[in-house]
Write a protein that binds this ligand. Sequence first.
Ligand SMILES: [Zn+2]
Length: 190
Amino acid sequence: MAKLYFRYGTMQSNKSNQIITTHHQYTTQSKRCLAYTTPIDSRSGYKKIKSRVGLELEAEYITDDIFEKVNKENEKEKVFAVLIDEAQFLSKKDIHNLSDIPDLLDIPVIAFGLKTDFRNELFEGSRTLLELADAIDELKTVCQFCNKKATLNMRLHNNIPTNVGESIQIGDEEYVPVCRKCYKERLDLV
Ligand SMILES: [Zn+2]
């Protein structure tokens, strides 16, 4: 039985690169693989997933009828995997729709995204993935300020750490991966 996967990580944890590499692995074996992203993140330009090492992948935006779309594509030509970028921005309903793909079509869905926002609160999409996913993996990276593993995202507003504001504020040059200790110290939470 196919699974719903959630691969989460902080900023700079190589998520876009991994999604592009996974797509490449399937397609080099002549296995058709569909890639989707969310319209909230316009950083990458129209329907494109871009990684920091310069790789690019064409992707469609997720819509309410994602299950029907994948079903139709699969009827045309067998689909071996569905890849999702920026899954944190999806709604609870979107994730429930995605979970029907492994359950009813027996096609794995691999969703990549952040777990928490810069206030260290779960995104709606990530929360629902943590509730529903069959397999959950962490993509690791190092804290911006020390040598520990980063587990949180820090927002820098004019280079000053902040944990106030709306959850979704696009422009990733303002976000850095940090460990919990540095997060607390730099936001004066200790
Ligand atoms: Zn640190």
